[in-house]
Ligand binder design. Structure first.
Ligand code: GLN
Length: 536
């Protein structure tokens, strides 16, 4: 049976609980323990799929097609590759299933209440997922901040988990912020004490506290927290802001984090930590001296988290080639034909990520045309690919007013369209083409050179597709459809002949990119950008 580590947060949101949970997972894995992750979010959306990226950052997609919280991206990049639908649970999902059961009459005339029905549903999901995972330890992150009304059912559920599974099978980590007052040069522990009291009031005594801080904490401060929060001295950890975030696992290991957990949970672990692969990789990250400049042209660039996986994938591909990535975050709305030079004359690559809705797409098409004409390496992802084809249709093939029916249902040239069986009764949530689909790579193409294998499986999140009625016209004019989904004959990858690197993909290669194994399309793109820079 799996044991559980519960990670809560206090004082402020966006503390880096996800990075902490990932670091802990990495360390336990390095001690030979099989780890799995879950995230519970207190909001009422059934999944983040219908939420604006401004609200919640990027929507991460798993191989089995779940639209999930972006923390799953951290977990998959740092620890486990194959998280599932069941790993990202929201209150919306919990309530939906309880209410469906109520309507079916499953509760046999009982009054349906938050306690026990909602809390039982939470526990059942934790236990079932843990069971299927076959993991030794499941790290469960509870989203939000202790003290929020909507988080209460989760805290009650994990309190009961301790009660039912026992001390040695459950562990509570509370993450807090220790603010630093620069003028008086003091770290303040009071918010941590208050937040821990709040947790205690709900019946949860944390076994360990993780203190996020911008300065190193004195032993005094840590002892104070240990004393007033009722936590062993060895259970107070500091998570200092790291210049290189991938160093956090080492910093935590030095403080004895993995030993502390292994002792508490009485785990059968390797006496030594084996994360040499990570250590070597972090060295290469720090060794990256050169940099390459990429323009990311998107609608939501004010919020960098909206493109978290794209940014990570580029960064990781850069490190693989000894380069840092300098990203120019360009708001697509601001770009026009007239000012394009100002944005793109000095960049080494242009990336247009996925998106929904028409706003900002003119600017994206200007960026794409610029990349095409100036032979600047270009990667278009999902909407980025669709717009690349539309731009090509208009400006090269000469199909005036070509468009996607997403933006203009009456366009004379529906280059991008819904498939016919999709027209009927579309709802907004959960109706996209989601998750892994097969892509056959055509021989003698750039895609074939990059992937070196076929077929490949990549993750999707979109509703519209390239319209094959136009395929020949594109091919006659220099577009190669180098990746196709064989089951439904859908365009998955397009590339432009006579261009050093101009690739669009209907799927999201950023979701399968890993620190030590960047996705081939990102590697190809960054490598082309480096060549471009060196050839300038
Ligand atoms: N809006 C487009 C579609 O639904 C693209 C989606 C995306 O970029 N993720 O097909």
């Amino acid at each position: 049976m799996a044991k559980f580590v519960f990670v809560t947060g206090g004082v402020v949101s966006s503390l880096g609980k996800g990075i902490f949970a990932s670091s802990l997972g990495l360390l336990l894995k390095g001690r030979g323990i099989k780890v799995f992750n879950m995230k519970f979010d207190p909001y009422l959306n059934v999944d983040p799929g219908t939420m604006s990226p401004y609200q919640h950052g990027e929507v991460y997609v798993t191989a089995d097609g779940a639209e999930t919280d972006l923390d799953l991206g951290h977990y998959e990049r740092w620890i486990v590759n194959d998280l599932t639908k069941e790993c990202s649970i929201t209150s919306g999902k919990i309530y939906l299933s309880v209410l469906e059961k109520e309507r079916r009459g499953d509760y046999l005339g009982g009054t349906v209440q938050v306690i026990p029905h909602i809390t039982n549903e939470i526990k059942t999901r934790m236990l079932a997922t843990a069971n299927v995972s076959g993991a030794d330890v499941v790290i469960v992150e509870i989203g939000g901040t202790v003290g929020d009304i909507e988080g209460l059912p989760y805290l009650e559920a994990i309190r009961q988990m301790r009660q039912e599974l026992g001390y040695e099978n459950t562990m509570f980590f509370h993450n807090t912020l220790v603010p630093y007052l620069r003028v008086s040069e003091e770290s303040k522990t009071k918010p941590t004490q208050h937040s821990t009291k709040e947790l205690l009031g709900l019946g949860i005594q944390p076994d360990a506290i993780v203190l996020r801080s911008e300065v190193s904490l004195s032993t005094d401060a840590k002892n104070k927290i240990s004393l007033f929060c009722n936590v062993q001295k060895g259970g107070v950890f500091e998570a200092l802001d790291q210049p290189v975030v991938y160093d956090l696992p080492f910093a935590l290991h030095e403080q004895g984090l993995d030993d502390y957990v292994i002792r508490h949970l009485q785990l059968n672990a390797d006496p030594e930590l084996h994360i040499e692969y990570w250590e070597k990789w972090v060295e290469s990250v720090k060794g990256a001296k050169e940099s390459v400049r990429i323009a990311l042209v998107g609608k939501y660039v004010e919020l960098k988290d909206a493109y978290l996986s794209v940014k990570s994938a580029m960064t990781h591909a850069g490190f693989a080639m000894g380069h840092k990535i300098q990203i120019d975050w360009i708001k697509s709305n601001d770009v026009t034909k007239e000012n394009a030079d100002q944005y793109f004359a000095d960049v080494d690559g242009i990336l247009v990520p996925g998106g929904f809705g028409e706003r900002g797409t003119d600017g994206k098409k200007v960026a794409i045309a610029y990349a095409r004409e100036h032979k600047i390496p270009f990667l278009g992802i999902c909407l980025g690919m669709q717009l690349a084809l539309i731009e090509f249709a208009e400006n090269v093939i000469g199909l005036k007013d070509a468009n996607t029916t997403e933006f203009d249902p009456r366009t004379p040239f529906p280059i991008i369209d819904l498939l016919h069986d999709q027209y009927v009764g579309i709802k907004m949530g959960g109706t996209l083409r989601l998750g892994n689909y097969q892509c056959d790579i055509a021989p003698d193409t750039k895609a074939a050179e990059l992937y070196g294998t076929t077929p490949v499986f990549e993750r999707h999140r979109h509703r519209y597709e390239f319209n094959n009625a136009f395929r020949e016209q594109f091919e006659e004019n220099g577009i190669v459809f180098s990746g196709v989904n064989p089951q439904r004959n859908l365009c998955e990858i397009m590339e432009l002949k006579d261009h050093p690197f101009f690739i669009g993909c209907q799927f999201h290669p950023e979701f399968t990119s890993r620190p030590l194994a960047p996705n081939p399309l990102f590697k190809g793109f960054i490598s082309a950008a480096i060549d471009y820079k060196n050839g300038k």
